[in-house]
Design a binder for this molecule. Sequence first.
Ligand code: HEC
Length: 110
Amino acid sequence: MNRLLLLILITFWSLTTSADYEPSFKIGKEKAKVCMTCHGKDGISSIDPYPNLRGQKMGYLISSLKDYQSRQRTSGLAILMQQQADALSEQDIKDISYYYSVLGTDKEEE
Ligand code: HEC
């Protein structure tokens, strides 16, 4: 009985983790549409207090988005970003961060 339970758990675990995929430029671009209002269509913002995201390091983008989610970043206009970050899943964060990190570099697709 215990073994069966274990088997079910393992099957479930592998099903849920296999849903994870390598971050994708195309999917990231699609998901980043909502960000473009403030951060610019090409990742360069036209409003002074809104940062540029184009070509930023992937690790930095990921940690910033997580800091907004966990309210570690609260200064200035962070409140605007907290709401944005709350709507993102772990996979969204990876795809969008990958997208902005390669945007404008020669690793860019399409
Ligand atoms: C309503 C406007 C708005 C939208 C929409 C928006 N942002 Fe922002 N974003 C801001 C502002 C303003 C800041 C600066 C906040 C601060 O002072 O910490 C910021 C900061 C950031 C930072 C930190 C950059 C750095 O250099 O530290 C990241 C990363 C970021 N946004 C990603 C995103 C992503 C990804 C999306 C889309 C899911 C998004 N933003 C949507 C306004 C916006």
